[in-house]
Design a protein around this ligand. Structure first.
Ligand code: PEP
Ligand code: MG
Length: 315
């Protein structure tokens, strides 16, 4: 049955009772955009723009950025592409944006925080994104990484608006933003849960450390609680919430995320068909029931087992 559903994935995600769940791809360069098209992704839920910056000693010119972004946007005419602004710092240091020698780079000046120390870099990137979006006639949504507060959100939205970028949102990957999500969504047009970092910061467990893999899972009750709170805050303002961390590719978790209020899942293209196949076999009410079941456990392994056993007939 699942195989049949997988073969029949037509690029429009939905539950068994027809609730739409956008199934999008994470893309990091033009080759990734091609892989997303081949896997029938509806659009891009996370375009990581770092490829244009990494391995360089100076900032790429606006014209160079425009050309690079256009090569990705061109693959998705009139379709949604969520472009994330530069996420430098921590595991992605950049000499012209971040400073060496921070004692705790994961807690340092990274992501949107670099906008305060290097404001011109964000400004020029937004200009390049706006120019590329117009040239390609793409439905571009812009989102900032590593947002912690409502004030940061408001500043980012204002900066986007100065460049004519009207759909500006934030990644929810810092627990503070999840806990005060209603404040954040008073400003942001949409949210996307970056579960890789959200798990790291919730469990205080370095995402790069294999020894901590048992701790670092989206099935942790504390992480699921933060997903629930994030969705509630977004819903209070009528804002859509997605997931773009690795957790979106976990087909068993998909119905739980939808039950918590998530309406778009962005993942590596090769996971799309599996996630679509499971979602197509559960109703929204069943998703909500599975979310309650997961939240009722006090242990991630038990949460995963309980959900897996409940949906085993469709797996
Ligand atoms: C995340 O943190 O979940 C995410 C999608 O961003 P990145 O992995 O690039 O930090
Ligand atoms: Mg992140």
């Amino acid at each position: 049955q699942r195989e049949a559903a997988r073969r029949s994935f037509d690029g429009r995600g939905r539950t068994a009772d027809g609730t739409r769940v956008e199934l999008l791809a994470n893309v990091a360069d033009p080759a990734g955009a091609q892989a997303a098209i081949e896997a029938s992704a509806e659009g891009v839920g996370l375009f990581r723009t770092e490829f244009c910056f990494l391995g360089r000693s100076t900032e790429p010119a606006v014209s160079e950025q425009v050309a690079a972004y256009r090569r990705v946007l061109a693959a998705f005419p009139r379709r949604k592409v969520v472009v994330r602004t530069l996420d430098a710092g921590a595991d992605k240091p950049l000499p012209f944006v971040t400073s060496d020698g921070e004692p705790n780079p994961a807690l340092g000046v990274r992501g949107l925080r670099t906008a305060a120390t290097r404001p011109g870099v964000l400004d020029r990137q937004l200009q390049a994104i706006a120019t590329a979006a117009e040239a390609e006639n793409a439905e571009v949504w812009v989102m900032a990484p590593m947002v912690a507060t409502a004030a940061e959100t408001a500043e980012f939205v204002a900066a986007c608006s100065r460049h004519g970028l009207k759909t500006a949102g934030v990644m929810i990957e810092v627990p503070a933003a999840a806990l005060r999500s209603a404040d954040v969504f008073a400003h942001a047009a949409f949210g996307s849960l970056g579960t890789n970092d959200l798990i790291q910061y919730t469990l205080a467990a370095d995402r790069m450390l294999g020894e901590l893999a048992a701790l670092s899972t989206p099935w942790q009750p504390a992480v699921l609680d933060l997903v629930r709170l994030s969705c509630e805050g977004a819903a209070a303002h009528g804002r859509p919430m997605g997931v773009c961390g690795e957790a979106a590719a976990d087909a068993t978790l998909g119905p739980v995320l939808v039950g918590l209020g998530v309406r778009s899942l962005s993942m590596t293209p090769r996971a799309l068909a599996d996630v679509a196949a499971v979602l197509a076999r559960v109703t929204l009410d069943e998703c909500r029931e599975l979310a309650r079941l997961a939240l009722a456990q006090d242990d991630p392994v038990e949460a995963r087992n309980a959900v897996r056993d409940a949906i085993r007939p469709v797996l």
